[in-house]
Design a binder for this molecule. Structure first.
Ligand code: AZA
Length: 408
């Protein structure tokens, strides 16, 4: 920003030089005029008043427009210097003469004006905002524990490229906003709706925010069973499994929602085979028609959201319950030929049952359990005789797929 007084000087000196050489009053006036314009632009940029950059860019364009043809026709020092200066300055100021280079390196990343040398895309916000909300209906309490991430996209380029924080909404304010909205909201426990509420808030509150990415993870607090009765206000963390959602709210394109469940650890002791697979000189794995199958289910599903009104009709909680049930039922009842085949069966059923869904994805690590070699100790532990296993966390197989409806 300190360069703007120099811009003023550049224009003024150009005019004076032209005047002293050619006694040209129009050149003197034009030079001083451009200099004043640069000065005003510099002041506006310094003070963060709108249109500072645009004014400077326009001045550069006018200067370039008058100097470039002259310097081509007549390569004297003054037109030549001013035409080079005007180009350099216009590039620096993202003027219409500079290149508008936009490269999305991440999906949904902000498009950032840049010069040819650099690419920039950005999102920022607060991560791992943790909150617990107690919902009281008389003596009957509910508890909701969430971990939330809110990332913003919008007109924040200057914070990165010019060290200008004037439009930056502090991540501390983003965190405060989450707590305030959680206090006021009646739907914190319905994580998709709460995420949409957070996204809508940032879009309506700040005109320079273009897209809001909200991720919410809901942790398990299952009501305790005491003397055979559900307890009013006591809960148990019955596993690491979490429910989650990622909502992207865009000013222009609306809402995209992906929900899921994670770390649902399951194991079955039979009903799983793996044989007839490809064999070559690298293969040592024995075929099996009966093995332990264990995985930690990570499932996600995306919703068709034709318009904002339709969101209210999506039964997010029921769909979560249903996909969890389909996953567990299929895992336990399918006579599995492979993790791949069981995965496909789960996803297909979820899509069949829920027309609101666009895609269903699973990532299933195959948590191997190998029978320990007890033959060395004269003990049978193979095939039907195997009952002592070693569980292996690493390495695991990892079987993934995203299933969508075929377009017929
Ligand atoms: N799928 C399985 O179900 N089990 C396996 C695989 C596989 O691709 N590879 N080793 N064991």
């Amino acid at each position: 920003m300190a360069q703007h007084p120099a811009y003023t000087m550049a224009g003024a000196i150009g005019g004076i030089a032209a005047y002293s050489r050619a006694r040209s009053i129009p050149s003197l006036v034009a030079g001083l005029g451009i200099g004043v314009l640069y000065g005003i632009a510099g002041y506006r940029i310094q003070q963060n008043i709108d249109y500072g950059h645009e004014l400077a860019a326009a001045s550069s364009t006018v200067l370039a427009g008058s100097m470039v043809p002259r310097s081509i026709k007549n390569p004297k020092p003054v037109p030549l210097t001013l035409s080079i200066l005007s180009n350099v300055l216009s590039d620096d100021l993202n003027s219409p003469m500079s290149f508008f280079l936009c490269v999305n390196t991440c999906t949904n990343a902000t498009k950032v004006k840049s010069d040819l040398r650099y690419r920039c895309s950005q999102q920022y916000g607060k991560d791992r905002v943790r909150l617990v909300k107690v919902i009281r209906n008389g003596d009957w309490h509910e508890v909701v524990e969430l971990t939330i991430r809110v990332l913003l996209e919008g007109n924040f380029e200057k914070a990165y490229t010019k060290a200008d924080n004037s439009l930056v909404i502090a991540t501390d304010s983003i965190k405060n906003t989450v707590y305030i909205l959680a206090k006021k909201s009646a739907q914190v426990q319905h994580i998709e709706l709460f995420a949409i509420e957070i996204g809508d808030h940032f879009i309506s509150q700040y005109s320079h925010v273009s897209t809001v990415h909200v991720s919410i993870t809901k942790h398990r607090w299952t009501r305790m069973l005491v003397n055979g009765k559900l307890h009013n206000h006591s809960f148990i963390r019955d596993g690491d499994e979490t429910r989650s959602t990622r909502v992207v709210t865009s000013r222009n394109t609306g809402v995209a929602i992906e929900s899921g469940l994670k770390d649902l650890l399951v194991l079955k002791t039979t009903g799983s085979a793996f044989h007839s697979f490809f064999r070559d000189e690298y293969t040592t794995l024995a075929e099996t028609d009966d093995r332990i199958l264990s995985t930690s289910v990570d499932a996600t599903w995306t919703f068709k959201v034709p318009n904002s009104i339709s969101i209210a009709n999506i039964p997010f909680d029921d769909i979560y319950d249903s996909i969890r049930e389909i996953t567990l039922k299929t895992f336990s009842t399918d006579n599995s030929a492979s993790v791949q085949a069981t995965l496909y069966l789960m996803a297909k059923q979820a899509l069949e049952k829920h027309p609101e869904l666009e895609t269903v994805s699973y990532a299933l690590p195959n948590k191997h359990h190998f029978a320990f070699d007890l033959e060395r100790f004269g003990l049978k532990n193979n095939g039907k005789d195997s009952d002592i296993f070693v569980p292996f966390n690493d390495p695991s197989g990892l079987i993934t797929a995203t299933i969508a409806r075929a377009k017929l």
